[in-house]
Design a protein around this ligand. Sequence first.
Ligand code: ZN
Length: 315
Amino acid sequence: MSRIGQWFSIPAMVACCVLLSCERDETPIVAEPSQLPSSEKQEPLHTEDFSAVRAYEHCAALCALGPRPTGSDAYRKQVEMINSQLTAIGWHVQSIIFSPPSLPRQRMQNLCATFGEANTPRELVLSCHIDTKGSGENAILGADDGASGAAVLLELARVLTLQPDLARRIELVFFDGEESFGPHITPQDGLFGSRHEVQRRIGCLPRYLINLDMVGGAGKTIAVPLLDTTEDMMEQYLNALHTLGLPETRWTILPGSMLDDHRPFAEAGVHTLNLIASFCRSTWWHTKADNMDRISHESLGETGRMVLQLLRQIL
Ligand SMILES: [Zn+2]
């Protein structure tokens, strides 16, 4: 039995989250590569082009705005910061303003960035959430759970401009509303931004999505949720680990499912890979301890190289 087969034979266990039932009636259409912008054969990306120093600076700059819960002034400033940085290096940024159906008075804002011609479907989405947990006195800084994914995406955006044809096949999406208003994400509370993007893209969904969440903590252990991951994406993940020589003790597979922003896409038929750090037994998660003290250059750099290696393999 192959390594992949061994993983897929594991009895279904749900770790700390529950399966989300499909909320839609439509059968989504996933864009085939032949419908998407073609790419000239070119030099592959170099994983070493990812600068952990630049990613760390992005993380620190986002955190300098303070906690960034949905609807806050700091969230608005963060959106302006991401928008201006991407625009400056040639990405076209679209602001998607929406209200979740269950919260018609709540204004939320996703950011979607494409390189080159806008409004054509991209083959692969790289995503993260940029809202942080809590509000008022309970608001947390979210250095890892909020800023780290965006920091890696911003540095990846720079590296991708070195390969314009490849960049044109990728979309960067920054989700609002990942965090729930209640204590935990449920089928009704949280993942508002990703759910909205799936609804908005019915008929032109990407083929692949790689989502980053809590990817900058020192000594992190990544736990890819097995039950949400297609076999091809799991194989890509394991191959990338092998190529980069990353330890399987820290880049692991969770034998279960995870409620995170990849889930609405996975349920719509997109091949997803959710790179998320193990957090269930942590002492820092959703607390004031989630600050820049726990972010490391090494951790951000590892994540960036992993994503670049995945892009080399998949596209
Ligand atoms: Zn969170």
